[in-house]
Design a protein around this ligand. Structure first.
Ligand SMILES: [Zn+2]
Length: 331
């Protein structure tokens, strides 16, 4: 046994003492609950140098990708992270089903034994997350080293950026379940909206209307609809004072025609549902500062990234659902 190996075993033992209530049985119906995932992130963070919020962000990123691809295993398991067979067992390993940590390490595979049962089992969430975290920690501690490790692993700058951004959201709100939503306008204000996605728009060339318009008075507060990070903020000739927020499910929420932003909000800010981010206006359709070319309203759009391109989808049914959720919260 090497010194590093002894240290790992000792830390695993310590983690078991610290978190004895943890169990990740596949038979458990509630295995996929956020609290179980957070427990596993914390346990893995305790034995590697990778903070739990980085693991949470990477795990959610991989879960999003899996949901969009048919060539990867389903996402029923506790975690979304998946290291493929070749990387797990080692490129030159003749046994693609190898679960022996010793031979896997001989062949330079990433597979590790995370729960101390002597096997490096890729179907075991503890082994998978531990192997992933141990690999990231090889570049050393600290977020800059972790970013380099992520780049080495994914070979895609956008992926590193998205994981780092989402890590910040998990770190800010200190929880794994970031699934809550809010309607973008407080219900006590006057507003109206209809399904207008896909309608034709003339200004600046013929375009399809990629969103829902919520008509409301000037100065009506605009709230974040989801947890996320402000990815874009500033003037655009179509959207006026507009704002883009990316959520942990990798959905991009676009808010346009604002009269102003909420004070202190900037690129990189972490937001939560219901938090005021700006105020309804009629900015846009011209050079910087143009207002009043149409009645005041919030233009709200939703986009999904499939790893290659971003495409718009109809926010209307979501807006209706969030509106009734907010209404029920008040009762
Ligand atoms: Zn619109």
């Amino acid at each position: 046994m090497t010194k590093a190996c002894i240290k790992t075993v000792f830390l695993l033992f310590l983690a078991c003492l610290l978190f004895p209530h943890l169990s990740y049985g596949k038979e458990s119906q509630n295995a996929n609950q956020p609290k179980n995932r957070k427990a596993l992130y914390l346990k893995t963070a305790a034995v590697t140098d990778i903070p739990w919020f980085v693991l949470a962000a990477a795990d959610q990123y991989e879960r999003n990708i899996r949901n969009m691809r048919s060539d990867l295993p389903d996402t029923d398991s506790l975690i979304g992270i998946h290291i493929d067979q070749i990387k797990w067992t080692g490129f030159l390993n003749p046994n693609r089903k190898d679960i022996d940590p010793f031979t896997i390490s001989l062949f330079g595979g990433l597979g590790r034994d995370g729960n101390g049962d002597g096997k490096a089992n890729p179907n075991d969430p503890e082994d998978m997350l531990f192997a992933y975290a141990a690999h990231l920690s090889e570049h050393g501690p600290g977020i800059e080293n972790i970013k380099i490790a992520l780049w080495d692993y994914y070979n895609r700058g956008k992926t590193v950026e998205m994981i780092a951004e989402m890590a910040n959201v998990y770190k800010t709100f200190k929880k794994v379940d970031l699934s809550g939503h809010s309607f973008p306008v407080p219900l006590k204000y006057n507003y109206t909206f209809h399904s207008t996605w896909g309608a034709r728009r003339g200004w600046g060339g013929l375009r399809i209307h990629e969103g829902t318009d919520i008509f409301a008075d000037y100065g009506t507060p605009v709230k974040a609809t989801a947890y996320g990070i402000v990815e874009m903020i500033g003037w655009n000739k179509f959207g006026g004072w507009r704002l883009g927020i990316r959520d942990p499910q990798n959905i991009y929420h676009y808010y346009a025609h604002l009269t102003r932003y909420e004070k202190g909000l900037k690129k990189g800010s972490a937001v939560q549902p219901g938090q005021v981010i700006g105020y309804v206006g009629s900015s846009g359709y011209g050079p910087k500062g143009t207002q009043g070319k149409f009645p005041p309203h919030l233009h709200y759009g939703m986009y999904k990234d499939n790893g290659k391109t971003e495409f718009s989808f109809d926010p209307y049914p979501y807006l209706r659902a969030w509106e009734s959720q907010d209404r029920n919260k008040k009762k």
